[in-house]
Design a protein around this ligand. Structure first.
Ligand code: HXC
Length: 510
């Protein structure tokens, strides 16, 4: 008996060493943790149970039969994060560069199947060189089956990807089909084809960082949702994120204890809006003052900053926040902001997370760049996402709500459940100046006259009361009482049931 236990320990020790001490040292030298170290940081102490520790590849090409490493380049299993079950796989770069063989893919599939069957989130930690070159089509087949599972799990369980090293070739598409992608600055990069292929095909000279580093994907392509300074910060933030997310699409949001009273009044909000309607203010100040303990997990914090998206809690329960940001481009909706918010709204709707929307939007951004870039379709994505969403939707218009953007931003007309406005709200087809200049074109030559017309329009429409008179706004509220109102509204909406007509799926403008 003692012998077999010793043999088990010996085999486990061998597996834990992955590609060997020299490669582990090289990994550390690059500022990266190993797959097992990452999992240890991510999961609750002692909760991780590894599966398939002894799985080996079955390739006999290129002398591979003589190179076998138990685990085959990916560590898989399950554990808990703050007490809740999460499945995880972590690519082990020390073993064949974390590349994907058929056996490696089957390990991931096993975890994906278990996560879906048991309705728990799954997280993938990526640090790999793509398809195992020695395996050829078996590796491609493996990828295809992993992708299929990503798609089938989408909208059923949260799927999170963290890119912590190279992520190239076949490895990029699985993260791309998950709900969120996070990256580590300087040590991670993602691209379909690397700098060498780019040089050959397009003659562009570009570094891996320039082609697919964290900066590119969090500011230009919007492929990644956030970037962190190092492995440790990324993993600790993933633990924080998981606390906001439901385990699946049926479970409802997690509920955490909070000391923040639902009826907390914040008088500083009564002076948040500047007297001059063209002066910006920081919408994040409002978010911080309204949500539980100012705890806000922002998604895509460095992309399309004219709209803010992220998770917070009200009375301990997760909400998704969408807010126009007057500090950036006056909070205008452009293509990027529309896409960013649309995807976030759809995530919330998939997972039954109520949506709180703060509106201060002067309209859609005019110009050829936007129109040629498909603003109509991108704007429609946000409109579509809000309109199809059946989760509780609470909207607060703080200042401007002009034109089509008024309709889009979770208005009553697209099934906003509770729509509040601050007394500073201006709800109209367009700003007073633009409106007067169109309606009274003949007065344009006379500055006195046109000013009177602008003032007249401003007085009549730049307020919340015209909309409130029609029931498009449920109540005009004091800014200081915003938290209390939202908490009450969300409580009132706890049992909301709303079903869209039966369909196989909708046809959101892509
Ligand atoms: C087998 C691989 C490998 C791979 C790396 N290795 N990638 N082995 N298949 N795809 C091995 C290396 O041989 C090396 O082994 C070890 O991993 C570390 O790699 P290095 O090159 O020394 O590391 P580094 O300099 O950090 O470069 C990392 C890298 C580079 C940028 C990822 O290895 C690389 O370019 N790899 C190939 C990427 C690629 O083209 N993948 C195939 C994509 S095609 P030793 O023994 O020396 O330590 C694809 C199609 C799928 O994925 C499509 C499905 C839809």
């Amino acid at each position: 008996m003692k012998d077999v236990i010793q043999e088990l320990e010996r085999r486990r020790d061998e597996a834990r060493l992955g590609g060997g001490q020299a490669r582990i040292d090289a990994q550390h030298k690059r500022g990266k943790l190993t797959a097992r170290e990452r999992i240890e940081l991510l999961m609750d102490d002692g909760s991780f149970e590894e599966f398939d520790t002894f799985v080996e590849h079955r390739c006999a090409e290129f002398g591979m039969e003589k190179q076998k490493v138990p685990g085959d380049g990916v560590v898989t299993g399950w554990g808990t994060i703050n007490g809740r079950v999460v499945y995880v796989f972590a690519k082990d770069f020390t073993v064949f560069g974390g590349s994907l063989s058929q056996a490696h893919a089957q390990k991931i599939m096993k975890i994906q199947d278990m996560a879906l069957k048991n309705r728990a989130p799954i997280m993938g930690l990526f640090d790999a060189g793509g398809a195992r070159i020695q395996e050829g089509v078996d590796a491609l087949g493996g990828y295809g089956e992993v992708f299929l599972r990503n798609v089938l799990s989408s909208g059923v369980i949260p799927q999170i990807s963290v890119i912590m090293g190279p992520c190239a070739g076949g490895d990029v598409y699985s993260p791309a089909m998950t709900d969120f992608i996070f990256m580590v600055k300087d040590t991670s990069y993602m691209f379909v084809t690397g700098p060498d292929v780019v040089k050959t095909v397009t003659n562009e000279t570009v570094t891996a960082e320039e082609l697919g580093g964290a900066r590119v994907h969090t500011t230009k392509s919007s492929i990644a949702d956030r970037a962190y300074e190092n492995d440790v910060e990324a993993l600790l933030q993933m633990r924080r994120l998981m606390d906001f997310l439901p385990s699946n699409n049926m479970d409802g949001v997690p509920e955490l204890p909070t000391h923040d009273r639902a009826d907390r009044v914040d008088h500083s909000l009564d002076t948040l809006i500047p007297d001059n309607p063209n002066k910006p203010y920081d919408i994040k100040e409002l978010i911080g003052k309204v949500v539980d303990e100012a705890d806000f997990f922002e998604i895509q914090d460095t992309f399309a900053k004219n709209i803010v998206t992220g998770f917070a809690r009200m009375e301990g329960r997760t909400v998704g926040i969408v807010a126009n940001q007057p500090m950036v481009l006056a909070g205008v909706l452009d293509s990027d902001a529309s896409r960013k918010a649309a995807r976030f709204v759809r995530f919330c709707d998939c997972f039954d997370i109520p949506i709180v929307t703060f509106v201060d939007v002067p309209g859609f951004l005019p110009g050829t760049a936007q129109e040629y870039g498909g603003l109509i379709k991108h704007g429609a994505k946000l409109l579509f996402a809000y309109a199809e969403a059946t989760v509780p939707k609470v909207t607060v218009i703080t200042r401007k709500a002009y034109g089509g953007a008024y309709d889009v931003m979770s208005s009553k007309h697209i099934r906003g459940d509770v729509n509040y406005a601050w007394p500073t709200a201006e709800i109209a087809v367009m700003g007073a100046k633009g409106a007067a200049e169109i309606l009274y074109r003949s007065d344009l030559a006379d500055p006195e006259k046109i000013k009177l017309r602008i003032d007249e329009y401003q007085k009549r429409f730049a307020n919340p009361f015209v909309a409130a008179e029609r029931g498009y706004i449920d109540e005009v509220i004091l800014p200081s009482g915003t938290r209390q109102r939202i908490c009450r509204a969300l409580n009132m909406l706890r049992n909301k049931t709303l079903e869209n007509p039966w369909k196989k799926h909708d046809n959101i403008p892509l």
